[in-house]
Design a binder for this molecule. Structure first.
Ligand SMILES: Nc1ncnc2c1ncn2[C@@H]1O[C@H](COP(=O)(O)OP(=O)(O)OP(=O)(O)O)[C@@H](O)[C@H]1O
Ligand SMILES: [Mg+2]
Length: 235
């Protein structure tokens, strides 16, 4: 077995997440995750599948430290992420975790390369290095010929690939993607799916993808779902 796979990159320890119900008839909390233990190993590819409203996005947000559980903790290479200050956590997130959402959230009015440069600028890396890295990653996602196009002038598939390049430019240890191709047609979807697999192979990047798309789920090594507030293997 690969050494990387012996100790987890990320461990969820007894994670629970409840939400307050906004319904006036009940004061009861809605329990989404309960005492979840789960480990993600370096280089692994995981699909999170399952019915709407079961907590897939909630899970991804907690792993990405965008949301906090009510109980439990999250280890990254055996360090407790919730021991970090907000500032340290933001820095950690910017350098170690890439996010892709269903909607690309690109900055309109800015070019493809300017959008991709943002995480590097936030990290105060040298502008020259950021430009070199941004161009390289845009080339990797097949957009070398579009780097100076403004975000809004790109097609939906191209915009999503820019978002992917932006998520990858800092070479994160893990890419968390929530319905990354939910808004794309079949051809663009399958291009992005193949790209994700390639990036995992080429960069060794760990991948966790929430998806309703069976094609994408089947490309991942592992498929899990959320059942009775726990993560369970699908096959
Ligand atoms: N901030 C919140 N406040 C209250 N309830 C919430 C909040 N966020 C999520 N929920 C509830 O938690 C449940 C899980 O939501 P989540 O978005 O994780 O589902 P999902 O599995 O990603 O669904 P989908 O496949 O539709 O995207 C839902 O019932 C949702 O209404
Ligand atoms: Mg969701």
């Amino acid at each position: 077995m690969d050494n990387n796979r012996l100790s987890p990159l990320i461990s969820l320890k007894s994670i629970s997440r409840k939400f307050k119900s906004s319904a006036k008839v009940t004061e009861e909390d809605i329990e989404i995750l309960k005492d979840v233990d789960f480990e993600i190993y370096k280089g692994e590819t995981i699909a999170v599948v399952g019915a709407s409203g079961t907590g897939k996005s909630t899970l991804l947000h907690i792993i990405g430290t965008l949301d906090r559980p009510n109980h439990g903790y999250l280890l990254f290479e055996n360090k407790n992420l919730f021991d970090l200050s907000q500032e340290e956590l933001a820095r950690f997130r910017n350098s170690k975790i890439g996010f892709v959402f269903q909607f690309h959230h690109l900055l309109q009015g800015f070019s493809a390369i300017e959008n991709v440069m943002i995480p590097g600028l936030i990290s105060n890396l040298s502008k020259k290095q950021i430009m070199i890295d941004s161009e390289a990653i845009l080339e990797m996602v097949g957009l070398k010929h579009r780097i100076h196009h403004r975000a809004e002038d790109l097609s939906g598939g191209e915009q999503q690939r820019v978002a992917l390049a932006r998520a990858l430019v800092m070479k994160p240890d893990i890419l968390l993607a929530d319905e990354p191709t939910g808004n794309l047609d079949k051809i663009n979807s399958s291009q992005v799916h193949n790209l994700l697999v390639e990036l995992n192979k080429e960069l060794g990047m760990t991948l966790m993808v929430v998806t309703h798309n069976n094609g994408l789920a089947s490309l991942m090594e592992k498929r899990v779902t959320i059942q009775d507030c726990k993560i369970v293997d699908v096959d």
